[in-house]
Design a protein around this ligand. Sequence first.
Ligand code: GRF
Length: 207
Amino acid sequence: MTRKRVAILISGRGSNMTALIEAARAADYPAEIALVVSNRPDAPGLARAREAGIATSVVDHTTYGEDREAFDRALDAELAAHRIELVCLAGFMRRLTPSFVTRWSGRMLNIHPALLPEFKGLHTHRRALEAGVKRHGATVHFVVPEIDAGPIVAQDSIAIREDDTEESLAERVLEIEHRIYPDALRALAEGRAGARRTAGGSATGAN
Ligand code: GRF
């Protein structure tokens, strides 16, 4: 089995990154985590990746000021240097340029802590509680230029409890994230990550 070479992009603690690294330890997992890149030099996830023996690199967005294209070119060069085939965004808090996203089209996943197409963007747990929805969850989707709108690869949900707080909900949704992200990456690496529908809500065939 040739394992796909994967880069994980992070900005913070990297718990989803860790879930992917752990899943990729299985002998039959079709992907290897070849690189972790952070746009923040102080991201706690970097140390966790190094402890796991994964190559890490920092592409510090502050170096590039407003020049998003230059940041994305530096990122792309890093991915090329490590012969990366697939990219997983895992708490990567930076908008990528449409040209970068288009170049990685069909090869780049993101995890979002909500049941897309509901609650795109930030503060999803607070917004779900305020909206009074009955269920909440997490989604893995292909990255497209529009934020949180790409075809869905995996999704799961839990019932919201009456006594749920933003924190308790975040904790339970995170458990879903750690389960569905490795499954979604496996599906993508095995070439069976056809999307059920776009996160924008309209029907699609396969990706
Ligand atoms: C996760 O909830 C993820 O869905 C969101 O940001 C959070 C990152 O957490 N995009 P971690 O860095 O993976 O622990």
